[in-house]
Design a protein around this ligand. Structure first.
Ligand SMILES: [Zn+2]
Length: 328
């Protein structure tokens, strides 16, 4: 039996021991058959959209889906240690650690800017971004720009659908170092098999978006939206800072993978990292700095919507989920 099972049982047991809880439980039993039939439109409409305001910007959190990463895909620890770290926060599944693929839609009042586009069905339960956009009434043609945080397939594959550019009116931005790396046939030949899909997806993107703008270092994309250099995970791994009216949000992509290991253990990495030493250095630099600045950050693979802060906790660092519902 896992510790999760044990605590769940203990909790259920103590609930049933109090008369009020027993009454609530029996009410739930009475209501559940018809209540579940009635849950439909109304409850969906009442659910808050994962959306926050940063000054004049409206940032909507979307997700292409999720997958379970085997414990052994995390580096710097044994699979058993990673499993235990996940179990400690009730996140150990038989199939590993469930990670999300989050995207961000930024509305500056004039333009719609999408950050990353998801794996689009190439891994796990993904391919949900088009439906997520449709749900909020955004047509692919309405996207004015897409900023790619790096050229791994799980961030760029949604740009192409059915052999066509999925966002035909979008200007696409990616760091020059990543474009160079992921379109280099020699680098592809030398890469392990599981990385080759990122090379192939990069070529696809370049073919369908020949005007893709290659950026160099830190720069502003449009007023209040700028690129932050977070090289390490890939040569051109970047973050996106959204800043207005004294508020800011930093979209940090693959700086943190999951709260079971990050930010508490900067030395835990991931097999997909191009340069593990550079990725480690960047995490060691970024985690304490983000904590010091109390920066509001959002990370692609953290549990949806991936919004939170890095905070000090007894000499270590901890992930603290930020409120997002009812913030607008
Ligand atoms: Zn990623």
């Amino acid at each position: 039996m896992t510790s999760t099972d044990l605590s769940r049982r203990a909790f259920t047991f103590s609930l049933a021991a109090t008369p009020a809880a027993a009454a609530a439980a029996s009410l739930a039993t009475t209501l559940s058959p018809t209540a579940s039939a009635k849950v439909g439109g109304a409850s969906v409409l009442a659910t808050p959209l994962a959306q926050i305001k940063i000054g004049r910007f409206e940032v909507t959190f979307l997700t292409d889906g999720y997958t379970d990463m085997p414990f052994g895909y995390f580096t710097g620890r044994t699979p058993e240690q990673v499993q235990q770290a996940a179990a400690d926060i009730f996140a150990a599944r038989k199939s590993g650690i469930r990670i999300s693929f989050n995207q961000y839609l930024v509305n500056d009042g004039e333009r719609l800017i999408l950050v990353d586009s998801g794996p689009a069905g190439k891994i796990g339960q993904t391919g949900k971004l088009p439906g997520a956009l449709q749900n909020i009434g955004v047509k692919p043609e309405a996207i004015d720009a897409v900023i790619l945080t790096h050229m791994h397939f799980d961030h760029i594959s949604g740009l192409v659908a059915g052999g066509r550019a999925n966002f035909p009116n979008a200007e696409v931005y990616a760091d020059r170092r990543d474009v160079k790396y992921f379109t280099d046939p020699a680098k592809r030949a030398a890469a392990p098999d599981f990385l080759k899909s990122s090379f192939d997806a990069s070529s696809e993107v370049l073919r369908h978006y020949p005007k893709l703008q290659q950026t160099d270092g830190e720069r502003q994309i449009t007023r209040g939206i700028s690129i932050v250099d977070l090289t390490g995970h890939t040569p051109g791994h970047i973050g996106v800072r959204i800043e207005d009216g004294g508020e800011s949000l930093l979209l940090v992509s693959d700086m943190l993978f999951h709260p079971s290991v990050h930010p508490s253990a900067a030395d835990v990495g991931f097999v997909f990292e191009q340069d593990p030493a550079a990725a480690l250095t960047m995490r060691q630099r970024f985690f304490p700095r983000a904590a010091e600045e109390k920066a509001l950050i959002a990370a692609t693979h953290m549990p949806f919507p991936g919004l939170g802060r890095i905070v000090p906790d007894n000499g270590k660092l901890r992930w603290l989920t930020a409120e997002w519902a009812h913030q607008s």
